[in-house]
Design a protein around this ligand. Structure first.
Ligand SMILES: Cc1cc2nc3c(=O)[nH]c(=O)nc-3n(C[C@H](O)[C@H](O)[C@H](O)COP(=O)(O)OP(=O)(O)OC[C@H]3O[C@@H](n4cnc5c(N)ncnc54)[C@H](O)[C@@H]3O)c2cc1C
Length: 384
């Protein structure tokens, strides 16, 4: 954990400078080529971005949730594709090992994840199991000192770059339900793994997803996370609670970037003899966006602090993700509107952000799933 505020502020200003000087100037290149340039990836590793959340004992920065959120409020100002490359390694791909892994598993994988030598991906979703993740069908059958895995995972971010997958699969005799799901660390080089073709997405060019197909893939028993069957769904939900706060922070950051661009444009663009920023209908869009970003930021920080205090943040994480991702969509829409025709064509990058941020309302639990989680927790608490 970064104990002193000076170290944290150096880290945050390093990220802010990296975003300003390296990531933002390369946004167009990434959008055109659908790749993050190798020198940028190298610099992301050198800056320690892959290890932000990994304990210092394994070579990371060991940021608290609040500190991670502050870092994402800086990093998230650049195109979301940059965040996506590190996101699965510092978040959903590694947290299962970190939260529930054995000491041996942590020692084996976390140091290489912290440096970015190893990229982690998170493989939960399947063709027939999205929001209803409990219905996943990928099976891991114990055979001596291995599990034999068969199944297909869908939309897996960074699958092509991944050195390891945190895989959720069904084990034992439980044909249904969360109790039959276990989490595994699967090395990407294991025979029996093939990747589908790269998905053609609406936005976030430079961030890649594809199917991951497991065909009689043999995984050592030692790679069952925590060494216990049936705990995988609980692990996945803990990972997602954290991931939702992280994504909410990114939504706040990217909304802030879009609003800054919209304000600048509104001050420059003249119609009817004056800057459009002087029209009250434009001001309403700017002001609503500012207020909503502030509200989302406050929620994200509060949820992060509660998590750092060791509280159950299932409700707060879902509230933050729901509000921040929906807010981000509204801000993107207003930004396009403020830019007018220039917002619809690609010259200013605003239409790119509009497409990029649409994803935030879908992955790591859709907005509807966040609503269900919040309401379910409310009802459960009232009945308790
Ligand atoms: C670019 C991208 C990256 C991704 N990365 C990963 C990754 O790295 N790892 C991973 O495991 N997954 C990943 N996903 C998968 C993502 O988490 C799922 O797409 C998401 O959870 C939704 O599942 P689905 O697509 O199957 O939609 P569905 O579950 O089929 O949902 C379709 C619609 O029905 C609604 N719906 C479903 N159930 C209910 C209900 N009970 N009540 C009300 N409405 C409901 C949903 O909200 C949605 O609007 C990624 C997806 C994308 C697009």
């Amino acid at each position: 954990m970064i104990q002193d505020s000076e170290t944290l502020s150096i880290l945050l200003s390093t990220i802010a400078r990296f975003v300003r000087e390296r990531l933002i100037p390369n946004e167009e290149v990434v959008a055109e080529t659908d790749e993050i340039p190798a020198d940028i990836v190298h610099e992301m590793k050198a800056t320690g971005l892959f290890g932000l959340t990994i304990p210092q004992a394994y070579g990371g920065f060991e940021l608290t949730m609040e500190e991670e959120v502050l870092a994402m409020l800086e990093l998230g100002r650049a195109s979301p594709a940059f965040r996506s490359l590190i996101g699965t390694t510092l978040g959903i791909g590694s947290q299962g090992i970190l939260l529930d892994g054995t000491e041996e598993q942590k020692r084996k994988y976390l140091p290489r994840l912290a440096t970015g030598e190893l990229i982690a991906a998170f493989a939960l979703t399947e063709p027939d199991a999205g929001s209803d993740a409990v219905s996943l069908r990928t099976r891991a059958v114990c055979d001596g000192d291995h599990y034999v895995v068969n199944g297909t995972k869908r939309f897996i971010t960074n699958a092509a770059q991944a050195g390891i997958f945190t895989l959720l699969a069904r084990t034992g005799s439980e044909p249904k339900g969360a109790a039959g799901i276990s989490a595994f660390i699967v090395e990407a080089a294991t025979p029996g793994i093939t990747l589908g073709k790269r998905d053609r997405k609406m936005g976030q060019r430079g961030a890649h997803t594809c199917d991951v197909i497991f065909n009689n893939c043999r995984i050592p028993v030692a790679n069952l996370i925590g060494g216990v069957e049936g705990q995988g769904f609980k692990t996945a939900m803990k990972v997602l609670d954290k991931g939702r706060i992280h994504i909410a922070a990114i939504c706040v950051a990217v909304a802030g970037r879009m609003l800054d661009e919209a304000l600048r444009y509104a001050l420059e663009r003249q119609q009817f003899g004056k800057p459009i920023a002087e029209f009250q209908l434009i001001q309403a869009m700017l002001a609503d966006s500012k207020a909503e970003i502030y509200a989302a930021r406050s929620m994200v920080i509060d949820a992060a602090r509660r998590r750092d205090e060791g509280l159950d943040v299932s409700t707060e994480a879902s509230c933050a993700k729901l509000f921040a991702s929906e807010m981000c969509g509204r801000v993107a829409d207003r930004a396009v509107q403020i830019f007018g025709g220039s917002g619809y064509v690609s010259d200013h990058g605003i239409e790119r952000f509009y497409r990029d941020v649409r994803l935030f309302r879908i992955y790591e639990g859709t907005s509807q799933i966040q609503q269900l989680v919040i309401a379910r927790n409310m009802i459960r608490a009232e009945r308790a």
